[in-house]
Design a protein around this ligand. Structure first.
Ligand code: GAL
Length: 380
């Protein structure tokens, strides 16, 4: 079913394609919204609330600087996961020259939104890099709204856990300084051993690629690449989700995990991450634990397919794992196929997660539907 509807894109970037009603996922193809525009919600995450899915993501623009936050965080809504309506900008950037942390030209990445049952507020966290500082700031930031579609109000950005050791810090971490210089031949080992954990003890820990996870008991966790992207930090948020508690742990020290996505199945926590190669794809990793705060075990690359598919995670990087409502144990892997030369043209890789021998598994499908996700269609 195709209806011809040609409109200008919301931000004047040209003429949209004829809008179409979608009835399947086609990973890697241009995915149009209900107005016919390529969905602009990269590094995204999805919230399900009152029967509707809300997809939040980075609003990219055309050209080499398109990864900067020129507009803000986009929001789209859907009830079937195939067809997405553009709900506009949920968190707008602040005016240029305003000096706000989220000023136009800063970097806003991987926004994730959760709903707080107690306060009835929607809470967004995202990775923030301050304008003009490249990726040096390494901060996480929070905004809140009364409605899922926003507008979200920016609260603050921070480097978490200033003056606090992680729960699994050793006595040596706390008492034996590790001296590391930029071109130290043992740089990787020393950073893995906690050199930057110590360096950032006073000022707060670095926080780049991040995700959020809300457990069945309402506890929310912030999971982020810290210590120059070498080690993941898992932190418990406060009851209102607006701040960090003192409770955090380091996991996979020196593991170079980025792009974390967390989900829960049969009482176990699973994590899919990427390695550390910037916008270029690399092999995904997976891990499992009985406890969010300890005992994580690596499960290896979840990708089954050709060598190239395994090396590149189908030319994508993880961003979120979406539990499908009303379908027990059904999860969608969401990844980004980045296009750093023209970021607005980045593509979305959504694939069903299956389980084999207790491990999450991803297999390529050119096209698939929710009701047939268990029966494999095209395999490459
Ligand atoms: C990736 C990261 C992206 C973005 C990019 C910048 O590794 O996952 O979110 O930060 O680096 O180069």
């Amino acid at each position: 079913m195709t209806s011809i509807l040609v409109v200008l894109t919301a931000f004047g970037q040209g003429v949209a394609q004829p809008s179409k009603v979608h009835s399947s996922f086609k990973p890697g193809e241009v995915w149009t919204d209900t107005e016919g525009n390529h969905i602009n919600a990269h590094g995204g995450g999805i919230l399900f609330h009152d029967g509707t899915y809300y997809w939040f993501g980075e609003h990219k623009v055309e050209g080499k600087n398109g990864n900067k936050a020129m507009v803000g965080v986009s929001c789209y809504s859907s009830t079937d996961l195939y067809n997405w309506k553009n709900e506009g900008v949920a968190l707008p950037v602040a005016a240029e020259g305003s000096g706000s942390d989220i000023e136009k030209g800063s970097v806003i990445e991987r926004p994730k939104v959760i709903y707080n049952e107690k306060t009835k507020k929607f809470v967004m966290w995202f990775h923030l890099e301050l304008k003009g500082q490249g990726y040096a700031a390494a901060r996480t930031a929070v905004a809140t709204s009364d409605k899922p579609t926003g507008p979200f109000t920016f609260i603050r950005s921070l480097r978490p856990h200033a003056g606090l050791w992680p729960k699994n810090a050793t006595e040596a971490h706390k008492t034996v300084p590790i001296v590391v210089t930029d071109n130290d031949p043992k740089w990787e080992q020393k950073v893995a051993a906690g050199a930057y954990l110590q360096r950032d003890f006073e000022g707060g820990q670095m926080s780049r690629d991040m995700t959020l996870f809300v457990d069945d008991d309402g506890t929310a966790y912030h999971i982020a690449s810290s210590e120059e992207n070498r080690t993941l930090h898992i932190s418990k948020l406060t009851d209102d989700y607006l701040g960090f508690t003192d409770d955090y742990v380091r996991i996979f020290p020196g593991g170079r995990n980025e792009a974390p996505a967390v989900f829960k199945k049969d009482g176990k926590y699973y994590m899919i991450t990427s390695g550390l190669t910037g916008w270029a794809p690399n092999p995904a990793r997976s891990a499992v634990s009985d406890d969010m705060m300890k005992g994580w075990k690596e499960l290896g690359n979840p990708v089954r397919g050709t060598e190239d598919e395994q090396k590149t995670t189908f030319w994508s990087q993880s961003t979120f794992v979406l539990p499908i409502q009303g379908k027990k144990d059904s999860f969608i892997f969401m990844g980004d196929r980045w296009r750093p030369q023209n970021p607005i043209d980045g593509r979305y890789i959504w694939l069903p997660i299956t389980f084999e021998e207790g491990k999450p598994v991803l297999r390529w499908q050119d096209e698939w539907k929710l009701d047939t996700s268990e029966k494999k269609q095209t395999k490459r």
